[in-house]
Every structure is written in C-alpha cells, then in structure tokens.
Design a protein around this ligand. Structure first.
Ligand code: AMP
Length: 433
C-alpha cells in the first residue's frame, strides 16, 4: 500500500461527504438567488499585501504565504472579503449601489487541525455593499438564519454584538488604533484579563475599567433589554451610545421580521478581523463549541483599499461545520433525500453484441435528464443486479435480444423487485413513474 497522505489539515471528501458538501453549498447558492446576491469568482491566490492589509494579527500569522517564481509575496486567501473589497475599489467602482455579491469556494488558514477545524475551509460568503442602514445588517442575519434552516438544521442561535461600543469607549479614552485592535483580538480569544491590562496600561480614565468589566458580563436573549442596559452603561461615551442605538435598531428589525431567530446579545463579543466597524455576529449550534458562520459590518475597508467610501456588511459561513452540524442534528441521508429524490438507472446489455444498443438507450434516458450508469464490467445480469441493489439504485434496464426485436427492453423496479417489458420510446416514462 502506498504511503502517500494528504497534507496536514487538508482532507478528501469521499462521495457521501462530497454529496453533503454540495448539498449545503447548493442551499447557499439558493439563498444567494432568493436574496439577489450575484456570484463572483475571485482567485485563490492574491497579493499578500492585499490579504494582510486589514486582516488582524491572528489571521495574518496563519496565512499560507509564499513567494511565486517571480519573487512576489503571495498567499492563499484566508477569506473572501479582501478580494471583494479589491474589486469594489477598482473594477466595480461605478456599480450602482446597493449591490450584493456571493462567493463560494475554499479559503486557507494555518489553524491547528481538530474536529471542525481544518486548513482548507469551504465557505459561502455574502456581501451587501453601499448601504449603512440597519435593514442591510438585518438582511445578512436573516439570510443566514434561512440558510441554516434550508441546509436542514433545526437548532441554532445567533450571538450578536457591535464593535462600535468598545471602539467608541477606546477612542474617547484616546487608545491608539493599534492598541485597540490588540485589545479586540484578546477579547475575541476571551483573554479578558490580558485585554484589561492592556487597556489599563494605556492610562485610561478611572471610570473606564469598571465600565469594561461590567460590559463583559452583559449578555442575554432578551436582546432589546440587554442593549438598553449597554447604552445606559456607556452613557458617557457618545460614540458607544450611538453604536448601541444602531444595534437596537437592527435587532428590532430582526424581531419584527418574525423569522423566529434565536438571538443572544453579548456586549463583550469581539471578532478577530480588524476591519469590522459595526454589528458583528456569529451563528452556533448546541453541542458544537465552534461558530458555523461569522461576519459583520465593515464601513471603512473599501476606502482603505483606495475605493470610494462604501459602507458594507457581510458574512461567511463555514460549510464544513454546517456539514458536521447536519450530521449531528439529523440523519444526513434523510436531509439529502428531502432535496434530491433522484432515480438512478443501471443499463445492462445481456450480451457483448448489445453494448451499442445499451449505449444508445442510455443516451435516450440521459437526454431527458435521467441519471444512468452503464454496466461496464461485463458481468452476468444477476451479478450486475446484485450490485445495483447494494447501491440502492432505482431501476435496471435490461437489454435483451428477444425484446429488442420488438423495439423493447425489460425495465426492472429494483425496490419492488417487479419487472415488465416496455417499448424503448416509453422507457423514460417507465423509470420516472
Ligand atoms: P471567520 O471569518 O473567521 O468568522 O470565518 C467564517 C466561518 O468560517 C467560521 O464561522 C467557521 O464556520 C468557518 N471557519 C473558520 N475557520 C475555520 C477552520 N479552521 N476550519 C473550519 N471552518 C472554519
């Protein structure tokens, strides 16, 4: 046996898993269609300078970075947003606003591999550009909610916050941008004490530290109430109050949509990427301690890349983790059956000389969209039928000389173990019934 293996953190998807992957991805595509997000395809390899511009230290340190043969510093994309911001700042600069973009594919991060954590990551990604209004934020959240449902998940919750609250406090306390980002990274990793130390060492006002400590504890699913308490707590920080009000408006819209979203507001919530400026969100399922999706508002990124000021909000969903959640909450087979009630047909020529006819009849079926496999092992009919049974195929079409003379074949329903002779022109109908 060969000793070749996949690279650490990279994985194969065998047919059953690949089917589930494509199922989740197809639901992502369906959501894009339903919400008016047009697909764009961007390169997997981008300039390191672009990808690192506002990624944050954590993501930067985990990039697959290398020099190409031309000596350029390039990296495998760790996310889609930077590529999209590049396009919006350049080629799509004059696109009428708002516009909605969808991407799907793989991103790469040098994370420590474990269950639900890989180095090649499949994502569906949505960006809504040109609107700074709360209904845009609400749309991203509701789209995610509908995607989770469509993928087959029954239980999931959203964790929502707003980076503007913490940033509002830090800016008024005159923390340098760099320090602010470092604090946010620590909060993202729940290293609260280290984060507080860093804030304290910047020489903040006396009221600041107790406010921050109280903020970390402010969370709950009575979301409007929690946001009101946040607004009250930060009342001396003008920008922070504005941020809390913005979050309140977004959540109020989400509640009014009556989508039945399970929400928790967490005032100490932060995310690793530096470019967020407003609402941030993550989606979780019970029993999995890792987020299935994450995103938020980033109003300054396009400008940073040299584009016109363009407010934006977006989200990426981890398809690998959604697959894990589906496997945990449901029988994946059932989920697949609900969406793909596909009949599969095996065509068996009972003699070598009938292979041409078998190909012709297979073609007739495929031309009307019926998936057909041809018996290519030259097996006897009983062996071929046994194999089709094992693989739970729906029908066998048996090509025999006697029937062919009558322009007919035998169609066998493998589930019911019943068969009949059918005119070739009626085969498609017979295997669809
Ligand atoms: P992020 O932008 O970091 O929030 O990533 C968006 C989503 O991608 C996360 O919510 C995860 O579902 C997924 N994701 C991120 N990193 C990994 C990883 N190493 N392995 C699997 N999924 C990941």
């Amino acid at each position: 046996m060969s000793e070749f293996k996949t690279v650490r953190g990279m994985r194969d998807f065998l047919p059953e898993e690949a089917r589930l992957l494509r199922h989740v991805e197809s639901k992502g595509r369906e959501m894009a269609r339903l919400y008016g997000y047009r697909e764009i395809v961007t390169p997997v390899v981008e300039p390191y300078e672009l990808l690192s511009a506002k990624a944050g230290e954590e993501v930067k340190s985990r990039m697959f970075l290398f020099k190409d043969l031309g000596g350029r510093d390039v990296a495998l994309r760790p996310e889609f947003t930077a590529s999209i911001a590049r396009l919006v700042a350049t080629t799509l600069r004059n696109e009428p606003k708002p516009f909605r973009l969808f991407s799907t594919g793989t991103v790469y991060r040098y994370d420590e591999p474990q269950r639900g954590r890989y180095r090649e990551i499949w994502q569906t990604n949505y960006e809504l550009l040109g609107s700074s209004r709360p209904e845009a934020d609400a749309e991203i959240l509701l789209l995610t909610c509908n995607l989770m449902k469509a993928a087959g998940l029954r239980k999931f919750t959203f964790k929502v916050g707003h980076v503007g609250v913490l940033r509002g406090i830090f800016t008024q306390e005159k923390l340098l941008e760099k320090v602010q980002s470092a604090v946010m990274q620590l909060l993202d990793k729940k290293q609260y004490e280290d984060a507080f130390k860093l804030v304290e060492s910047a020489g903040v006002s006396e009221a600041c530290m107790p406010t921050l400590r109280k903020m970390i504890d402010l969370k709950g699913n009575n979301v409007l109430e929690v946001v009101d308490r946040v607004a009250d707590l930060v009342k001396d920080y003008e920008k922070a109050v504005e941020a809390a009000k913005n979050l309140r408006e977004i959540l109020d819209l989400v509640l009014k949509s009556e989508a039945g979203v399970d929400l928790t507001v967490d005032a100490g919530f932060a995310r690793g990427l530096e470019y967020y400026t407003g609402m941030i969100l993550e989606v979780f399922v019970p029993d999995l301690d890792i987020a299935l999706g994450g995103g938020g508002r980033y109003d300054k990124l396009i400008e940073l890349f040299g584009g016109d000021p363009t407010p934006a909000v977006g989200i990426a969903h981890g398809v690998d983790r959604m697959m894990l959640a589906v496997q945990q909450q449901r029988t994946p087979q059932k989920v697949l059956q609900e969406t793909e009630r596909e009949r599969t047909v095996l065509v068996i020529p009972i003699k070598q000389e009938l292979r041409g006819e078998a190909l012709r009849i297979s073609q007739i079926l495929r031309n009307v969209g019926i998936p057909v496999e041809l018996e290519v092992m030259g097996r006897k009919m009983t062996k071929a039928l046994e194999d089709a049974d094992r693989r739970k195929m729906s029908y066998a079409v048996i090509i025999g000389e006697k029937e062919l003379k009558e322009k007919a074949v035998v169609v066998r329903n493998l589930g019911k173990r019943a068969q009949s002779t059918v005119k070739i022109e009626d085969v498609a109908k017979a295997v669809e019934s």
